[in-house]
Design a protein around this ligand. Sequence first.
Ligand code: ADP
Length: 297
Amino acid sequence: MTINGMTRTEEHRGASAELAPLPALATSSAAKAGATTATDHRVVIDCKIKKLYYGSFLAVRDTDISVSSNDITAFIGPSGCGKSTVLRCLNRMNDFVEGFRLDGAVHFQGQDIYAESIDPVAVRRSIGMVFQQPNPFAMSIANNVAFGLKLNRFKGNYEERIEQSLRAAALWDEVKDKLDDSGLSLSGGQQQRLCIARAIAVEPELLLMDEPCSALDPIATRKIEELMLELKKKYTIAIVTHNLQQAQRVADQTAFFFVDTSAGGRTGYLIEHRKTADLFGDPREDRTKEYIRGEFS
Ligand code: ADP
């Protein structure tokens, strides 16, 4: 395979020299090295939002939510209740939105990711993201997967890591003979799995997925869901989904958001966050009951 932007020597310069921890998140990486097992459900990220604004618009209020290791946590609720906004807070993706302002704190492995000393690039390496619309770059399949590795000056074996990531994303068998073809030549479902491979190539601690199946057909959706269940053995996942059946199929925990229109605005907030079986089987709040019965869209 051809990997742009580096020589073969660079590609193979010592498999042991992996991704050096960036100083700002060095402690996190050390904590990560402390190993997580599927039974060790520690809190990976803890998000406390008092108020979140886009300009003068209060988009989210009073939302405390945490995500535990090796869980899949689903964010559900009607459109505009702030699910994607809260998800994007978890890896500072909202920083790119002009007027974004957070009154609150997000602690990832004990560190406030909004603290001045923290490098947002390091945050996004530890907390990867997959978007609603598959968005492979206009480059080869191999280079798509290598992208984050290069960005983070990965010093290990690129070919090995690319294969490993594509295998983990359940895409290797379909692309192993055409790694130099454009990522854009793949089907929608394959493109989304390529984006997942790209996200996990840098071995993030947490993977955020913002409606990853909404642009896919049922068969491609099912493949991504199976993949998520496989990935959670190694990764922690938070997913925004409009699909209540999907939340029930894949999520260990589900957080239900709603929109408060009482003050004349439309402000999202968390209503309840519980084990998925409990939230759907025995919801505490009337709003949750009404929503899962299909009384809101
Ligand atoms: P959901 O994911 O639940 O559909 P969002 O988080 O996308 O909700 O949006 C919550 C609210 O914030 C909505 O009113 C939406 O219009 C607004 N919003 C989302 N993104 C932006 C943005 N980049 N700039 C301004 N307002 C935004």
